[in-house]
Write a protein that binds this ligand. Structure first.
Ligand code: PLP
Length: 359
């Protein structure tokens, strides 16, 4: 079955096979990854390799710390304002979908947060042009969501923020293409779409920003403490970090890096958008064409009955988890890194046939 779930999402098959092969006894450790200490040599080697893989795939400069945290991306919605906007400083937010709105709502519980752009009026189907941004030049940071998982809108490049540090929720498109990490103050992503299983969240932070973390923050919520302790201040999610290491091995060794991954992702997304555009009266894409996501393809059919029929028949073709989020309706095909081209071809052919039979 091809799993089009928005997350937790499918993992690459070679990674699953490796987990199966190493589950009882991790080579060199004499026990399972689930049983060894996070302070043991074998685990130290795993977390160091996971970080090295991320640094190599994304060319992360030495001036940035890489943290492996728990609490999912939602905990970042709170940790970011707690750490980066101390003393009542105000932060700016771009609201281009459900997740950006959730990040803003959490930030407001901590301190002042402004909306520098929102596409709520059009149900988050678009992204801002540079002249639509109402930026505060003194903001503590500007937060945005580079890929809105529910609406399927994605920034192709980062918004320009001048001297204000850019904070990016990259949860649903992390590692789908190369990035210039130097453009960001902080970039974070829960692992369960492109990087591994649920349980670990990657935070890449400019070390200069660590100076903002106040000593009186609760220890777990303080970025500086995690950076000073190489993400081993408390017991980290050892299994999730181990799988993240395997996924990043796969990206490096099997795929050949993020340029190659990006090419594959563009090819996969183009196949589905081509079908939408071939039947514009039947498949109505949610995102405006200029900001279509390469990861989450969202569209509606002419009626609820046809949507139900589409989902039922898709299942018969081994195409699973295609139901759209209730706030957008219709269909959402999440085609993360691990979705093979073959899965997308199967879906494209099914959509083609379904439109011909029902339009
Ligand atoms: N941000 C984005 C863009 C997401 O897609 C999600 C989850 O799907 C989250 C944040 C929340 O992540 P978590 O469930 O790990 O807290």
């Amino acid at each position: 079955t091809f799993n089009f779930s928005a997350g937790p999402a499918a993992l690459p098959v070679p990674v699953l096979e490796k987990i199966r092969d190493e589950m009882l006894v991790l080579p060199g450790a004499g026990a399972s990854i689930l049983e060894i200490s996070h302070r043991s040599k074998p685990f130290e080697a795993i977390i160091a390799a996971a970080e090295a893989n991320l640094r190599s795939l994304l060319s992360i400069p030495d001036e940035y710390a890489v943290l492996f945290l728990q609490g999912g991306s939602r905990l970042q919605f709170s940790m970011i304002p707690m750490n980066l906007a101390p003393g009542g400083a105000s932060a700016d937010y771009l609201i281009t979908g459900t997740w950006g709105k959730s990040a803003l709502d959490e930030a407001k519980k901590i301190g002042p947060a402004r909306v520098a752009y929102s596409s709520a009026e059009s149900n988050f189907d678009r992204l801002p042009t540079p002249d639509q941004l109402d930026l505060d030049p003194n903001a503590a940071y500007l937060h945005y969501t580079c890929n809105e998982t529910i609406q399927g809108v994605q920034f192709a490049t980062e918004p320009k923020t001048g001297d204000v540090p850019l904070v990016c929720d990259a949860s649903s498109d992390f590692l789908h293409r190369p990035l210039t990490i130097g453009h960001y103050g902080l970039l974070y992503a829960c692992a369960q779409k492109n990087a591994g299983p649920a349980g670990v969240t990657v935070v890449i932070i400019d070390k200069k920003l660590l100076e903002r973390s106040a000593d009186n923050l609760p220890g777990y919520l303080n970025y500086k403490i995690h950076a000073d302790n190489d993400s081993l201040w408390n017991t980290p999610p050892t299994f999730a970090i181990y799988v993240l290491k395997l996924v990043t091995d796969w990206l490096k060794d099997d795929i050949g890096g993020l340029d190659k991954m990006y090419q594959q992702n563009k090819t996969k997304a183009e196949m589905l958008y081509e079908v939408l555009d071939a039947y514009p009266a039947f498949y109505q894409g949610h995102a405006q064409p200029a900001c279509r996501s390469l990861m989450n393809v969202t569209f509606r059919l002419p009626s609820d009955d046809l949507t139900a029929k589409f989902l039922a028949e898709a299942k018969e073709h081994n195409l699973a988890d295609l139901k759209g989020h209730r706030s957008v309706g219709g269909i959402r095909a999440s085609i993360y890194n691990a979705m093979p081209v073959e899965g997308v071809v199967t879906l494209r052919n099914f959509m083609d046939k379904f439109a011909n039979a029902n339009a």
